[in-house]
Every structure is written in C-alpha cells, then in structure tokens.
Write a protein that binds this ligand. Structure first.
Ligand code: ASP
Ligand code: MG
Length: 436
C-alpha cells in the first residue's frame, strides 16, 4: 500500500549535494511504498521562462546562451553524481530532451500560454530523468512515471484545472500497472489535456500535484520537504524573527496560502481536507526536526500572528462614466470580464461608485482590461505596489501601519488586516513584530 506522497521542490534538487541528500533521506523510508513528486532543479523554471521570452522576442543570442547555460547546469549535476561513463550515457539521454526543448521553444507561432506550458514543462522532465537514474543507482526499486499520463486537465494553459474523474481513474491504476515497486517517481506541476497538449498547474504547482496523487490514492499522508524548518509565520527572507507554526487547521492553512504565503500552493489543501489526508511540512536540511502539521487538530489551537508580503501589485479602480452605482449587475459584468482575462484578484473593495481591485502586475492582462473598460468606465491604476497581510494581527500593528505608511487601500476583519501601499517599510514592520 502506498503510504505517503512526498514532494521535493526545486531547492531540494538544486545541486549535486542536494540530490545526494535527497537519496539519504529516502533511505530512511526503504520499508515504505511512496509516490515521490519532484520539481525542476533549482531555478530552472525561471530560466525556461527567460528562454521563452528570448524566443518570442526573436532574441536569438540570449536564447542560445540560455539554452547553453541550462545544459551546463544539468550536465554539471550529472557529472557530479555519476562515474564518467554512466554520466556520458545519461548526458546523451538528457541531450535528446534538450533537442526537443530547443525545437519546442522556437515554435513561436503558438499562442503564448500554450507555448509557455509546452516549454517550461521541460524543467520537471529533466529533473526526474536525472533523479530516476541516480536513485536507481543507489539501489532503490523504483519506476519513473510521466505525470502527464495521470494528471489530466482542461485547456486553461498555465493554470490548468484538474479533471478529477479522469485523473482518479488513471492514478488508481498505478499500483497494479507497476506492482511491488517501492518508489514511484513523477513530475510535479505538469499535466496533459485530453487533446494531448502539455499543461501546467500554475507556478509552484508541484505541491498541488502531490495532493492530487494523494487524494486519488487515499494515502494517509503528504509530506512537503522544504529548505525551512516547517511552516513559518513570515517569510524568513524578509523578516528576521520568524516563528515556526507547529500545527494548524486546514482552514487556516488555506487562508495563509490564499493571502500569498508562499510555503504551500493555495490549491493544495482542499483535496487533502476533503479526503482527510494529513499534510506535513518538513525540513530536508534538518530532517530530525519535527514537521509542521496541517490537518484537523484534536483540540483547539492558538493561531499565532502571520505576516505576508506580496510585491509587484497593481491597484485598479473602476467607476462608470455616467455615475451609475457599482451595483450587482455592473459587478457581475465586471467580474465576468476579470474571469475571462484570467485575472486573479488579491483584494476587492466596492464603494457606491467604484470597484477597486488589487492583483499581481501583468501587462498582458492590465492592458486588455483597460482597453475593454475604457469606453464605459473611468479606469485609474497604480503599479509597483505592495500588499501586506497580517493574520491574527494586533490592534497596535494596525495603528503603527496607519501612522507610518501611505495606505492606498485598507481592509480589516477580526482576523485579517490588509493594506496596499506604494512603499512597504519592511525593516520597520520587522521591528514591530519582534516586540509586539
Ligand atoms: N517548477 C515549478 C515552479 O518553479 C513548479 C514547482 O516548483 O512547484 O514553479
Ligand atoms: Mg519551484
């Protein structure tokens, strides 16, 4: 019986040492049957995005340079992991993938989103090929399965939705298709639509892949392996004094992910909650540290304050030229358009005459939105803003923020405070939350 789904992100396979460490961790689970979901190595997905951009802007110099760099990066890891002869063979194998990638990225006639998925999916294809060869050499009894044969999605490229019925039918067949395997290794993030196109589930979507496999197989647990000691109450890259959250409910985890805590992909929790699967967030650097637990806590737990920063936000305010109310019908129409443009809104505020929306900056979306609205609406927008969210905030923090920041938009509930500001004084907030 498959007991757990493990997910290893890009940081856990970012170099030779990390891959070796991953194998060492897996040795402790030799008596279990696992699904292992892996992301692209290090920052490969970002590099692939750059390749795509170079290809689409006909910047052949950067395209070639980027391709070469990606090759060198992967080759270097291979030569560090294997004896020369084995390494040569694997490099030959990997180079066929690189050839495919090169052909793929040059197909600039494709619509952007489709082209994106067909291209960036190579990160996970590369990482899992290398990892499969290495883990096999380490003696693990395993099989590499192509996630695209199992995770079946719609055609919403870059944010594909999972076709749960079809996916479940297929995933359930894994144990009987490959009986008695110890580890089933597969790619995170990628899937395939019914028409055969490769799709992706959204940036950082490998967590979600792990949750989908777990939900379909009803495994009791999912473990996400990270380079931090667990779930933290703030991003340690931004704040100096973070706290580890030992246990939280599914609902609270969804709230945090929704507001932009980057630790878990927002779609991950729902399927786990629905199937009663526990989620553990564990450190691959210090595997002996107890993980953060996400599930249905037995008793009541105290929620510690959490702080989330989202940068590169755009704030758009929309009002009718003829002074019409921002009523239900108008909102219906406007949200229809927002949905059509695949804009994911981070914050909404409605007044009598205007609708304000805060979302991640994306010129490809902002421009068509403004174009579309311009005739009937007055549209104003600000860019380069930050969205700061505090969960379980203190009234004092709200006061301090108001006194020190130019707040363009503020929203408060009993549990959550959100502000949109042109300039977030992180160092100041850091001080305040150290001594609340
Ligand atoms: N490699 C993809 C990304 O970086 C998916 C993931 O890491 O979860 O977004
Ligand atoms: Mg990643």
């Amino acid at each position: 019986m498959i007991s757990k789904v493990f997910k290893f992100g890009g940081a856990s396979v970012k170099d030779i040492e990390s891959v070796r460490n991953l194998a060492t961790i897996l040795k402790k689970f030799e008596n279990e049957q696992l699904i292992i979901v892996v992301s692209a190595m290090g920052k490969t997905t970002n590099e692939l995005e750059k390749l795509l951009k170079a290809a689409r802007t006909k910047d052949s110099e950067n395209l070639q340079a980027g391709l070469n760099q990606l090759k060198i990066f992967h080759h270097h890891i291979i030569y560090g992991l294997f004896e020369p002869e084995k390494a040569n063979n694997l490099v030959d194998d990997i180079n066929t993938l690189f050839l495919d990638l090169e052909n793929q990225v040059r197909r600039t006639d494709m619509p952007f989103d489709e082209h994106y998925d067909a291209t960036v999916s190579y990160g996970e294809l590369l990482s899992t090929r290398i990892l499969n060869a290495f883990l096999k050499e380490q003696g693990f009894d395993m099989v590499l399965i192509d996630a695209r044969n199992y995770i079946i999605t719609d055609l919403r490229f870059r944010f594909a939705g999972v076709d749960w019925n079809e996916t479940q039918i297929r995933v359930k067949q894994i144990p009987s298709t490959y009986p008695d395997k110890q580890f089933y290794l597969t790619q995170g993030f990628i899937g395939r639509a019914a028409n055969g196109s490769t799709t992706t589930l959204g940036r950082e979507g490998s967590d979600y892949t792990a949750a989908v496999f777990a939900a379909c197989l009803k495994t009791p647990e999912v473990w996400i392996w990270k380079d931090v000691p667990g779930l933290l109450n703030a991003d340690p890259k931004r704040f100096s004094n973070t706290l580890k959250i030992n246990e939280i409910s599914y609902a609270e985890a969804i709230e945090l992910a929704y507001y932009g805590a980057t630790i878990i992909h927002p779609k991950t929790i729902k399927p786990l909650q629905n199937a009663g699967i526990k989620l553990y967030v564990k450190s691959f650097l210090n595997p002996e540290i107890p993980p953060s637990r996400i599930g249905q806590p037995a008793g009541s737990i105290e929620n510690i304050p959490s702080y989330i920063v989202k940068e590169n936000q755009c704030l758009v305010s929309i009002s009718a030229r003829d002074y019409s109310f921002m009523g239900e019908r108008m909102l219906h129409e406007l949200f229809g358009l927002i949905d059509q443009l695949h804009i994911h809104v981070n914050l909404i505020q409605v007044s009598a005459l205007s609708l304000s929306l805060c979302f991640d900056e994306d010129r490809n979306k902002l421009k068509p939105l403004i174009e579309d609205l311009k005739q009937n609406f007055i549209v104003r927008y600000n860019e380069k803003l930050s969205l700061f969210t505090a969960r379980h905030y203190s009234p004092k923090l709200a006061e301090q923020l108001n006194e020190s920041h130019t707040i363009l938009l503020e929203q408060r509930s009993r549990s959550t405070l959100q502000v949109v500001v042109p300039e977030l004084r992180l160092w100041q907030i850091d001080e305040w939350i150290k001594k609340p």
